[in-house]
Design a protein around this ligand. Structure first.
Ligand SMILES: [Zn+2]
Length: 405
C-alpha cells in the first residue's frame, strides 16, 4: 500500500528542525521519501491529510510495565490473577500506549513472561499493538525490589531461578530470562518506592552480581537496564557497564561523571514518583510508599538539571503501570520534563532518537527518514510552544498501518 502524508509541521529530532508542509511518502511498512509541498504526489499514493497537525516519529516509551495498570497497590493482582488475566490486561495497556502515540515500548519487567507472549503475538499479527522490546521478569536479590515481600508461608512471586544471591545465581537468572525470550536484562540494584520493606537508597546487588549479569548480556548481544535510586547502587551498575539507569533519583556529581565516562543512559521517570505523591494515602497508596516517593523526588530536579547541562544521554520513560500512572496517559511526563528544565525539543528527542539508540534500533525507528519503518504520530497543536499538546495524540501509524486517525 502506498500512502502520502501531508504534514503541517514535521519534527526532525535528528537536527531539532521542524519542516513546514512536508509530504512523507510511505510504501508498505517503510518511509520511501520526503518531499516538499510543491512536488507532485506520485500516482498510486492515497493521501492522508495531516496539514493541520504536528507530525513526528512514533514515540518510544523506554520504561513501562504492561502487566500493571496504575492500581494503588499491586498485591491483590499478584495473588488473585492468573497469567491469562495478566495477558489480557497487558494487551489492553499496550494498545492504550499505542493510541497515545507510543509505537514502541520497552517493557521493563512483567509478570510471568507475559511481555514476551504479547510481543510475539503482536509480531505474528495476531493482535494490534506497539513494537515491544521486553525484559521478561525483573531480577533481584532475596527481599529486594523485585521480590514480592509476601508473608513467608505464602509463595513469593519471584521465581527461584530469578532470585540473585551470589554471582552464580546472577548468571543463572540472566540466562533464564534470555531462555524465555527477554530482549534485554533488567535488574534491581537498589530498593524501590513500591516494595514493602526495602530502603529506597540502599544497594541490593553487589558489584560482582551486577557485573555477572552484564557479562552474560554482552555474550548474548543484548543491553541492560537497572532500577536504581540510591547513589551507591547507581555507581556500582554504571561502573559495571549497565546500558541504562532507570529512575536515578539520588544522583551525585561522581555518578554523573561516571555516566558521562561510560556513555550510560538515564531514564528519569519523574511521573512515577509525582503520581504517588499527588494521589497519596487519600488515593489508597501505602504511607510508606508515599514517604519514599517524596524522599527520591526531592533531589531529582537538581540531579536532572546537572545531567542536562553536562550532556548525559536522557531517555523518555514513564514507568506506566505504577500507581495512578495509567497507560496511555504518559504524555504527561513530557510536561514534567519541561517543568524540570528540558526544552520541549529535548523532551521530544529523548522519546525518539535517544530512545531508539538505547534500544539499539536507531537504524529502523526514531526519525522520519527514507528507509526507516513508517512509525508516525501526530498531535493537534505545536508541542514546541505548548508541551501539553503531547497528551492529545490524534493520529498513529505503525509499520505503515494507520491504527488511529
Ligand atoms: Zn519500573
Amino acid at each position: 500500500m502506498k500512502q502520502a502524508l501531508k504534514c503541517g509541521k514535521l519534527f526532525c529530532p535528528q537536527d531539532g528542525k521542524t519542516l513546514k508542509n512536508a509530504v512523507v511518502l510511505v510504501d508498505g511498512s517503510k518511509i520511501l521519501a520526503l518531499q516538499g509541498e510543491h512536488e507532485a504526489i506520485p500516482d498510486g499514493f492515497s493521501v492522508i491529510d495531516l496539514s493541520d497537525k504536528f507530525v513526528m516519529p512514533g514515540l518510544i516509551d523506554a520504561h513501562v510495565h504492561t502487566s500493571s495498570s496504575g492500581e494503588p497497590s499491586g498485591t491483590a493482582r499478584q495473588v488473585t490473577q492468573t497469567l491469562g488475566d495478566v495477558a489480557f490486561t497487558a494487551m489492553r495497556n499496550a494498545q492504550q500506549d499505542l493510541n497515545a502515540g507510543f509505537t514502541t515500548l520497552r517493557d521493563a519487567g512483567c509478570t510471568g513472561f507475559v511481555d514476551v507472549a504479547l510481543r510475539n503475538a503482536i509480531n505474528r499479527g495476531d493482535v494490534v499493538g506497539p513494537r515491544m522490546v521486553v525484559a521478561g521478569v525483573s531480577m533481584g536479590s532475596t527481599g529486594g525490589h523485585a521480590d514480592s515481600h509476601f508473608a513467608p508461608h505464602i509463595q513469593n512471586t519471584l521465581l527461584p531461578d530469578l532470585c540473585i544471591n551470589g554471582v552464580e545465581s546472577a548468571r543463572r537468572a540472566a540466562r533464564y530470562n534470555l531462555k524465555y525470550g527477554a530482549d534485554f536484562l533488567k535488574f534491581m540494584s537498589t530498593g524501590g518506592v513500591m516494595s514493602l520493606g526495602t530502603t529506597v537508597g540502599a544497594q541490593q546487588l553487589t558489584y560482582d552480581e551486577i557485573a555477572a549479569i552484564i557479562e552474560i548480556a554482552e555474550m548474548y548481544g543484548v543491553h541492560t537496564a537497572t532500577h536504581a535510586h540510591g547513589t551507591n547502587g547507581i555507581k556500582a551498575a554504571v561502573r559495571a557497564g549497565v546500558t541504562s539507569v532507570e529512575h536515578g533519583m539520588m544522583l551525585d556529581d561522581e555518578a554523573i561523571d561516571l555516566m558521562l565516562q561510560k556513555g550510560t543512559h538515564l531514564t528519569p521517570t519523574i511521573i512515577a514518583a509525582e503520581r504517588i505523591i499527588v494521589n497519596g494515602e487519600a488515593g489508597g497508596i501505602a504511607g510508606w510508599a508515599v514517604q519514599k516517593a517524596r524522599q527520591v523526588l526531592e533531589n531529582h530536579k537538581a540531579g536532572l538539571q546537572k545531567c542536562l547541562a553536562r550532556g548525559v544521554k536522557l531517555n523518555f520513560g514513564s514507568d506506566a503501570g505504577t500507581p495512578y500512572n495509567f497507560h496511555g496517559k504518559q504524555g504527561y511526563e513530557f510536561e514534567l520534563m519541561v517543568s524540570f528544565g528540558f526544552t520541549p525539543a529535548q523532551a521530544l528527542t529523548a522519546a525518539t532518537v535517544t530512545n531508539s539508540q538505547l534500544l539499539r534500533i536507531q537504524d529502523k525507528i526514531g526519525t522520519v527518514e527514507p528507509g526507516k519503518l513508517a512509525d508516525i504520530a501526530a498531535f493537534a497543536g505545536d508541542p514546541l510552544d505548548d508541551i501539553k499538546v503531547m497528551q492529545d495524540c490524534r493520529f498513529v501509524m505503525k509499520d505503515g498501518v494507520v491504527v488511529k486517525n
